[in-house]
Design a protein around this ligand. Structure first.
Ligand code: CUA
Length: 413
């Protein structure tokens, strides 16, 4: 079984193992008896049918034994159910909102995130709901699975005993991109959680998120520590001795250009003392992220994403709209602003419109009004956003540039 980090979850494992053991035992018993009876009562051994009169002992045995077994199954199920349903007093309440096809978490104080962050050893109560259809919040490591239902608040709780990152999945088929509805439970030490919640953690949550997202932290420390690769903090103005592919040694000053090369063509210059094992990140990191990462390595801070981008992430736009021109389940945000779109209005008539601010605003609030030709009208309306938030999103889409190539964001065939 996968690792589990929730004390109440051990009860779930116990119930599961008990039922599994009984099921395997019953399978073996039935199989053996069946083979034995086939042999023992074969017609060559019993040419004459014999009437077998009732047996009180046997009747009692096969009534009492299954009753005891079923009751003990119920007992194991009941205790684990109770342990997982009884939320301890004083648990921190996190609101979970599911929507096609992403998760949003809101913490006390109003901070929102797209990954669930929780302190080690802290009781966390989840109040869950859904914006559109039924989803199911599923964390295998917590043995926790609970439906999220529109118009209803369901609750669950957990207390994670060890730090680490664990998968959160949607366990209820909810449409085209159901399989993409995944995120992470990040369990961190209590102090780190407090800082994260207050937005004052040393590394800067934005930078940490980026370096974790692209897998950098597997080899590089963000605070000067050792690793398979050099630490990434405070690099601005440093000099490094690097080996070139032809074996020559060179001394370089670490600047933005060098860091870009190090990410995009890591094999071109290897810092002395390290193995050349880093993969190239060419075409894998969107420009704005790349810039933020380089900036953090040089100066230790990132200006942070534009507010519109954070909003787009928190609202789940990114599960359907890419920022690099590729197609996920709707037009890419890159090159969308001011492009010409063929759309069908409510009456089904086809016409050409320019994706200006008014069009973008309407597409967010009432996406069904004008549907891009070739798209399925699956996007929910975001009419809970206020005007300022919609403007932020429009501004963000605009920041991703005008159309830069024919067919950007067109549905793939
Ligand atoms: Cu949400 Cu499946």
């Amino acid at each position: 079984m996968t690792e589990q980090l929730f004390s109440a979850a051990s009860e779930v494992d116990r119930a599961f193992l008990f039922i599994l053991a009984f099921a395997v035992g019953a399978l073996v018993l039935v199989t053996v008896l069946m083979l034995y009876f086939t042999w023992r009562y074969h017609h060559t051994r019993n040419p004459e049918a014999v009437e077998i009169p009732g047996s009180l002992g046997l009747e009692l045995l096969w009534t009492i034994l299954p009753t005891v077994i079923v009751m003990s199954m119920f007992w194991f199920g009941w205790t684990s159910f109770k342990a997982m349903r009884t939320v301890p007093e004083g648990a921190m309440e996190v609101a979970v909102e599911a929507r096609m096809w992403s998760w949003a978490f809101t913490y006390p104080g109003g901070k929102r995130s797209a990954v669930l962050v929780a302190p080690v050893g802290g009781d966390v109560k989840l109040s869950m709901t859904s914006r559109d259809v039924i989803h199911s919040f599923y964390v295998p490591a917590l043995r926790l699975k609970m439906d999220t239902v529109p118009g209803l608040t369901t609750t669950a709780w957990f207390n994670a005993s060890a730090p680490g990152e664990f998968d959160i999945l949607c366990a209820e088929y909810c449409g085209l991109k159901h399989a993409n509805m995944i995120t992470t439970l990040r369990v961190v030490p209590a102090e780190e959680f407090r800082q994260w919640l207050a937005g004052t953690d040393a590394v800067g949550s934005r930078a940490r998120e980026l370096f974790e997202t692209y897998g950098c932290t597997g080899c590089h420390d963000l605070a000067g520590g050792a690793g398979a690769g050099p630490p990434l903090d405070a690099l601005g103005g440093r000099v490094a001795d690097v080996l070139l592919p032809d074996g020559r040694k060179e001394r370089v000053t670490v600047d933005a250009d060098y860091l870009r090369r190090a990410l995009l063509e890591p094999e071109a210059e290897i810092v002395e003392g390290y193995d050349p094992m880093m993969p190239s990140y060419q075409d894998q990191i969107p420009e704005e992220d790349l810039e933020a990462m380089v900036q953090w390595m040089l100066t230790g801070d990132t200006a942070g994403p534009p507010p519109g981008r954070e909003l787009a992430e928190a609202e789940g736009c990114m599960s359907c709209h890419s920022t690099d021109g590729s197609y996920i389940a709707g037009p890419s945000f890159r090159g969308l602003a001011d492009s010409m779109r063929s759309v069908r209005d409510a009456s089904g008539a086809l016409r050409e419109v320019r994706a200006d601010d008014a069009y973008l605003r309407q597409s967010i609030l009432d996406p069904g009004a004008l549907v891009v030709e070739g798209e399925t009208p699956i996007m929910p309306g975001y009419d809970s956003l206020d005007a300022a938030q919609v403007d932020q999103l429009v501004e963000y889409i605009r920041s991703l540039g005008p159309q830069d190539g024919a067919g950007a964001g067109a549905p793939q065939q």
